[in-house]
Design a protein around this ligand. Structure first.
Ligand code: PAF
Length: 292
């Protein structure tokens, strides 16, 4: 895998790949890679990318003041090794200066879908995400860009931005990869103590309890959300931030149950905040149940 730090190096490597007729795939990440990230690389290739670029950049503008920017896990050597083993072609490891040079003054803000849930609890987070994603897409100019569905609201924000700004890229969203006990893979799982790690699968189980009600035909948003919260209330040490049933495009309460719906949640276990979701499609043409 070629490693590039400067925007000019990335552009040169991609221009050369394009000269050879390559279709460029892009997987933006914040590093500390796990199987969830690596599966997105595989997905880019399955979707026809033959030159895959991965960026590793812990983007400061998407972290709020009391959040974990300083402690966010980092291991660039290990990331580079995993990417090489998985057949990535280019690793873009920019410095903060390369992304935000002196005088940087632009902010991309997607209204609506950015506002509830994660947006409300993490003010400015999605502006930081949208701004850096647009920048990275402009640097790499991929044919396809792949994002993980674990960050479902991020997927919706990026999709909205791509539609609104006519971004010339095909967006692909990859399914969440889970540990054997159901916990969604996340770089932040590294923060969990052994005791808290043992508690963490209860979060996904709560989402599954909501999914079971939905699949059984419930149309009561209240009943479904309460069932998920009640499930979690049985354990000490796990604090619910929110457990919601939403429309996967707007992240508002769904108006119609015969379409794809999303059960989304955020919990705190100790000082670690985890998010997860399950997608359920009850539309007649749907039936694509994301692995629960
Ligand atoms: O999902 C992430 O890791 C980040 O939000 C992203 C998309 C790389 C932007 O910094």
């Amino acid at each position: 895998v070629i490693t590039a730090h400067a925007v000019s190096e990335v552009r040169a490597a991609i221009a050369s790949a394009r000269n050879d007729g390559a279709r460029v795939g892009f997987v933006p990440t914040m590093g500390y890679l796990h199987e969830g990230h690596l599966s997105l690389l595989d997905l880019a290739k399955r979707r026809g990318a033959d030159f895959v670029v991965t960026s590793v950049f812990v983007n400061p503008t998407q972290f709020g003041p009391g959040e974990d920017l300083a402690t966010y896990p980092r291991d660039e050597k290990r990331d580079a090794r995993l990417l090489a083993e998985r057949g990535a072609d280019l690793l873009f490891l920019p410095t903060a200066r390369a992304i935000y040079p002196d005088g940087f003054a632009t902010r991309v803000s997607v209204s609506g879908v950015s506002e509830p849930l994660e947006g409300e609890r993490r003010p400015g987070h999605f502006d930081g995400v949208a701004t850096v994603v647009l920048k990275l897409l402009n640097i790499v100019r991929p044919d396809i860009a792949v994002f993980g569905r674990k960050d479902a609201q991020q997927c919706a924000v990026v999709r909205r931005m791509a539609i609104d700004l006519d971004l010339p890229v095909e967006l692909v969203f990859g399914d969440t990869v889970r540990e054997q006990d159901g916990l969604a893979m996340s770089s932040r799982n590294a923060y969990l103590s052994a005791e808290n790690r043992a508690l963490a699968p209860r979060f996904h189980e709560a989402l599954r309890a909501g999914a079971a009600l939905l699949r059984a035909g419930s149309k009561s948003i209240d009943a479904i959300e309460s069932a998920m919260c009640d499930y979690l209330a049985r354990w000490n040490g796990l604090e619910v931030d929110y457990m919601k049933l939403v429309d996967p495009e707007t992240f508002a309460a769904p108006a119609d149950f015969d379409r794809e719906l999303l059960l989304v949640g955020a919990v705190r276990i100790g000082s670690t905040r985890l998010i997860d979701n399950i997608s359920i499609d009850r539309s007649p043409e749907g039936g694509r149940l994301a692995p629960a």
